[in-house]
Design a protein around this ligand. Structure first.
Ligand code: ADP
Ligand code: MG
Length: 140
């Protein structure tokens, strides 16, 4: 998909969520792409899908954010991890990846999954590419 502005990227995120059916394991979605490619913007659309009125905070400076989800969804908790700044295994153990990933009531989105230095067994992969100032190529 090509999106022509941030609003379209958020709309694509909502469409993605509408079609997402939980499988047997924990729902884990990896978001790949350079800085500024639109990963966090996509997450804002995910937040809107779940009915949050405030945009999800960018977790770049805190690594992970948790949100309790309202009733009526197949998951109880949304976890948004931005591993961009993870530099050491110490930080990795600090965020408790395996605890998150073993709980099927979580839906987990991970930016910069390779920095976690563990196989995250993602159920979906979304690849963001910068085309020009306002256009992004988003492959699900
Ligand atoms: P990332 O999390 O991948 O580093 P962000 O979502 O934080 O990227 O930043 C994307 C930036 O690009 C934002 O400033 C956003 O307003 C801008 N932008 C411009 N066009 C688009 C688009 N089509 N989709 C998403 N973001 C866009
Ligand atoms: Mg980001």
């Amino acid at each position: 998909m090509i999106t022509n502005n941030p609003e379209q990227t958020k709309a694509l995120a909502k469409q993605f969520m509408e079609g997402l059916v939980p499988g047997h394991g924990t729902t884990i979605i990896e978001l790949l792409g350079d800085l500024g490619a639109g990963k966090t913007t996509f997450m804002h659309g995910v937040g809107e899908y779940f009915g949050f009125t405030k945009p999800l905070a960018s977790p770049t400076f805190v690594i992970g954010k948790h949100y309790d989800l309202p009733e009526g969804f197949p998951w109880k908790r949304l976890i948004h991890i931005d591993a961009y700044r993870i530099e050491s295994a110490k930080e990795l153990s600090g965020i408790g990846w395996h605890t998150y990933a073993s709980d099927k009531s979580n839906i987990i989105f991970v930016e910069w999954p390779s920095n976690l230095e563990t196989d995250i067994h993602a159920t979906k992969r979304i690849i963001f590419k910068h085309i020009n100032e306002n256009q992004r190529d988003i492959e699900i």
